[in-house]
Write a protein that binds this ligand. Structure first.
Ligand code: FPP
Length: 255
């Protein structure tokens, strides 16, 4: 397989300072379909290779000491795709969860699932529950997989849980703060992503982590997800490390 990385000139842009890594990386897994089409393959072939790429990158993130990895695997809108494609993605998720159940304890990797799991098959929901139960005993890198996830739906879900807590008298409407609302999101307890990576060349958020990415640094690349490599991850991290994060304030020393 020819990676587009191999065609680029060697550069220093991918040099990473491993002592100052982003704590939380979020990735929109995009470009699987185009990767397949360009090779005359069905879109499902792109998802199969995309799932392998996810394994490689998730393992590498754990190895270099990234504390949190969050990936957008299936959105609330992806149900509109042909049934065969949806079935393939669900089968890939099932395979990944079955493998994870065998390995996560040994590797000390926690898995978390963000999104509304209600429409998933009973089998997949049972695997999600098993992964959650194992994760509770572990302390290592937390990999969150967004399935049937939408940022707006997450906010509606959080608002409705808050409203219910108000109704039963646990909290009062006036108590609401940003921190409290964050505690009602699927991502409760996880720091916001420092770096958001979008392969596949699109320059949009696509309803991903709308609340959490308020101050995330954005990195996009034309490289399609199935051909995303550790070197491309290095480029993204190196780009992040060259940024000056000001959170709406001024650069240190600026008057
Ligand atoms: C977007 O590419 C990708 C998806 C909708 C599915 C991603 C799912 C996987 C990689 C498989 C399972 C995941 C895990 C975490 C094991 P696209 O099809 O929209 O690409 P295109 O823009 O080129 O059409």
């Amino acid at each position: 397989m020819i990676f587009s990385f191999g065609k680029k000139k060697a550069d220093t842009a991918g040099q990473v300072d491993f002592s100052h890594l982003p704590r939380h990386i979020a990735i929109i897994l995009d470009g699987n379909g185009r990767w397949a089409k360009r090779r005359g393959l069905p879109r499902t072939a792109g998802h199969k290779v995309g799932a392998e790429t996810f394994r490689t990158i998730a393992t590498y993130c754990r190895d270099i000491g990234i504390d949190y990895l969050t990936v957008y695997a299936f959105s609330t809108e992806n149900w509109k795709r042909p049934q065969e494609e949806v079935d393939t993605i669900m089968a890939l998720l099932k395979r990944y969860l079955l493998e994870a159940i065998e390995t996560m304890e040994r590797d000390n990797v926690r898995l978390r699932f963000m999104g509304d799991m209600t429409p998933l098959s009973g089998e997949l929901k049972a695997l999600v529950d098993r992964c959650n139960a194992i994760s509770e005993r572990l302390t290592g890198c937390l990999c969150s997989i967004c399935i049937n996830y939408g940022g707006r739906a997450e906010l509606v879900h959080a608002a409705s849980r808050f409203a219910e807590d108000c109704r039963v008298g646990l909290v009062k409407p006036d108590d609401l703060t940003e921190d409290m609302l964050a505690g009602y999101l699927y991502s409760a307890g996880i720091p916001d992503p420092d770096l958001l990576i979008r392969p596949g060349g699109e320059l949009r958020l696509s309803n991903f982590l709308l609340w959490q990415c308020a101050y995330s640094e954005f990195y996009t690349t034309d490289v399609l997800w199935p051909e995303f490599t550790k070197e491309e991850l290095h480029r993204a991290i190196a780009s992040y490390q060259r940024r000056s994060r000001r959170y709406g304030g001024l650069r240190e020393g600026t008057t």
